[in-house]
Write a protein that binds this ligand. Sequence first.
Ligand code: SAM
Length: 230
Amino acid sequence: MKTGDPSSPNKYFGMYLMSESIDKPFNADGAKKMDSIAKGPFAPIYPIIADQIMDVCKITSGSCIDLGCGPAHLAIAVARVSDLAIDAVDSSPDMLTIATENIKEAGLSGCVRVVNGDVHALPYEDSSVDIIISRGSLFFWNDLNKAFLEIYRVLRPNGRTFIGGGFGTDALKEEIFRKMRSIDPKWEKNAEKRLKMQQSDKIPKALEAAGVADYEIRRDLAGFWIIMRK
Ligand code: SAM
C-alpha cells in the first residue's frame, strides 16, 4: 500500500494524477489512481464521513447502498461503525475489482458486497433500501433527474440519503486541497467545476423533478450533502 510522504507528495502520487478529474474515465488505470489517492491524502476523511452519516441519518442497521463506491473506502468505514448490510455499487468493473480486494483485506466480506450497477438504472426493488450514501460520484452522473428518480424509488419509507461530496473537516479539506494542488494540475479547475455544480440550482431542480418532496442540502460538515427523506 502506498501511504505517501507528506513532505514530498509528488514522489508518491505524481504518477496518480487526476483521479477525481471530471473528465477521467474510471478504467483500470483510473481505478488504481483513485485507490492510491483514497489510501493516501484522502485516507483520514472516510471514518469521519462515516460518523457524520451515522449522526445525521441515525440509521445503524438494515440495508445500505454506497453509490459510486469506487475502491469502497467509505463503504468499509461505514461497515466499521454500524450493523448495516452494505452494497458497494459502481458502474466501473475495474473499481469493483479493487473494491473487492480492499473489502477482503479489511475482513469485511461478510457485510460489504460489491455490485456492478449504474445509478441511472439501479438493480433494486422499489422501497427496498434503508440508507443510500454516495461520496464524490454525482459529479459524474449523466442525468441527475433520472439518478434522483432511481434513488428515491429504491429508498424505503423512513429511509435517508447522504449523497454529495466532502472532506470530513475544514482542516482536512484545506490540507487535502494543498496536497492535491501540488500533485494534480487539474485539481483547481475541477474543484471549481464541482463547486459551481453544488451552488447551481441544477440539484434542487433535479430533486424536485424527481418528486423528492422532503430533502435538505447541507453545506456544512466540510462538504455538500443531499439528505433525502422518504
Ligand atoms: N466514492 C468513492 C470515494 O469517495 O472514494 C469514489 C469516488 S470516484 C471520484 C467516483 C466513482 O463514481 C467512480 O468509482 C465511478 O466509477 C463512479 N460512477 C460514476 N458514474 C457512475 C454511475 N452512473 N453509476 C455508478 N457509479 C458511477
